[in-house]
Ligand binder design. Structure first.
Ligand SMILES: Cc1cc2nc3c(=O)[nH]c(=O)nc-3n(C[C@H](O)[C@H](O)[C@H](O)COP(=O)(O)OP(=O)(O)OC[C@H]3O[C@@H](n4cnc5c(N)ncnc54)[C@H](O)[C@@H]3O)c2cc1C
Length: 302
C-alpha cells in the first residue's frame, strides 16, 4: 500500500494543524483521522472525517439542549437499550467519511450498500494505476462443497502456483494493452472511458464513502461476518477497529446485540423451549428444513 512521499506529506500536514472547535470530539477517532490502515496487498481504508460521538447518540435520543450526557454509565445503558430495541434513528446522528482503496470486484459487493454516499475515482478522467490484488497462497482456496457462495480447502502448492502465475500474467497483459490503447504516440489513442473495459476485476479503484452509524453497523454486521467473502471482510474488520475507538459504547452494544447475538425464527424459539424443557429435538421433529436446522445449531455449536 505504499503512498507516494507527496501523499504522506499531505497526511502529515493535515495531522500537524489541529484547530479548536465547539463540535463534539471523539479522542479515539482523532487518532485515526487521515491515517491509512493497510488492507490486502495494495488497499487501505482511512478515516477522513466523522460527526458525533457516543454522547451525540444520547443527545439525539433525549432531544437535549446540552450535550445530553447524564453520566457515562447512564449513557451506556441508554445506548444498549436503543440497540437492543432497534431504536435506530439516534445512531443515524453520527456519521463517518472514509477513503477506501479496494479491488473492483470488492467494490461491486460494497456498492450494494445503497444507504451511503459515494464518490469514486474516475477512470474516464484519470489513468488507473498498475496495481492488482493477488491473493496470498493461504487465501487461494477451492470452491466449497458445502456452500455454493464460499471457498473450501486451500489449493495445493502446484495448482496455487499455476493460478497465481495466470492472475499476474493476465492482469499485466491486460494492463499493457490498456496502456497501448490510450497512448497517443503515433495513433489517435482510445478514450480512457473505453480502454478501461479491458482491465481485470482485481485492479484497484478508490472512493470516498460516507455513511451514518446505523447503516454502517448494518454494513459491518453483514460484511464482518464469517460468511462474507474474505476480501471484503478484511475491510469491514479494519473499519470495526476505527468504530471501536470512535464510539466505544455504541460499538460495545453492537458487539453484544448484533455481532455476538443470534436471530431466531419462531420455529427456532419453539425448539429451544422444548430443549430447555428436556425434550430431545431432532431435525425431523423440529419443523425445520435440513438447512434451517444446520443454521439453527451452528449459531451456538462451534
Ligand atoms: C453473504 C452475502 C451474500 C450476498 N449474495 C448476493 C447475491 O448473490 N446476489 C446479489 O445480488 N446480492 C447479494 N448480496 C447483497 C445483498 O443482497 C444486499 O444487496 C447487500 O447486502 C446490501 O444490503 P442492504 O440492501 O440491506 O443494504 P443497504 O442498501 O445499505 O440498505 C439498508 C436498508 O435500507 C433499506 N433500503 C435501502 N434501499 C432500499 C430500497 N430501494 N427499497 C427498499 N428498502 C431499501 C432496506 O431495509 C435495507 O436493508 C449478498 C450479501 C451478503 C452479505
Amino acid at each position: 500500500m505504499p503512498l507516494t512521499p507527496e501523499q504522506d506529506a499531505e497526511i502529515a500536514d493535515l495531522r500537524a494543524t489541529p484547530r479548536t472547535t465547539l463540535r463534539a470530539v471523539s479522542e479515539g477517532a482523532e487518532q485515526h483521522l487521515y491515517v491509512p490502515k493497510p488492507v490486502l496487498d495494495h488497499g487501505f481504508v482511512r478515516m477522513i472525517d466523522y460527526m458525533g460521538d457516543d454522547a451525540a447518540i444520547c443527545q439525539a435520543a433525549r432531544v437535549s439542549y446540552g450535550r445530553g450526557t447524564k453520566s457515562v454509565q447512564n449513557d451506556e445503558g441508554l445506548i444498549r437499550y436503543l440497540m437492543r430495541h432497534w431504536h435506530s434513528t439516534p445512531f443515524e446522528m453520527c456519521e463517518l467519511k472514509l477513503h477506501v482503496k479496494l479491488p473492483v470486484f470488492v467494490a461491486r459487493q460494497w456498492i450494494r450498500h445503497r444507504t451511503a454516499n459515494v464518490n469514486e475515482y474516475s477512470a474516464r478522467y484519470s489513468i488507473l494505476d498498475r496495481e492488482f490484488y493477488i491473493p496470498r497462497t493461504e487465501d487461494l482456496a477451492a470452491q466449497s462443497s458445502q456452500n455454493n457462495q464460499g471457498r473450501g480447502d486451500v489449493l495445493g502448492p502446484e495448482e496455487s502456483a499455476r493460478v497465481l502465475d495466470w492472475l499476474r500474467e493476465d492482469a499485466h497483459r491486460a494492463y499493457d494493452h490498456y496502456e497501448q490503447m490510450i497512448s497517443d504516440e503515433g495513433q489517435q489513442g482510445v478514450a480512457r472511458e473505453l480502454a478501461r473495459m479491458n482491465l481485470p476485476a482485481n485492479i484497484y479503484t478508490q472512493w470516498y464513502w460516507k455513511v451514518d452509524l446505523h447503516n454502517l453497523f448494518h454494513f459491518l454486521r453483514l460484511r464482518a461476518d464469517s460468511h462474507a467473502q474474505y476480501e471484503i471482510r478484511v475491510y469491514a474488520d479494519a473499519i470495526c477497529e476505527m468504530v471501536k475507538d470512535w464510539v466505544p459504547a455504541a460499538y460495545r452494544a453492537f458487539e453484544e446485540y448484533r455481532l455476538g447475538g443470534v436471530t431466531l425464527s419462531a420455529s427456532g424459539v419453539e425448539c429451544l423451549r422444548r430443549m430447555l424443557a428436556g425434550e430431545e429435538v431432532t431435525q425431523e421433529t423440529s419443523g425445520m428444513s435440513a438447512r434451517e436446522w444446520r443454521e439453527f445449531n451452528s449459531q451456538w455449536i462451534t
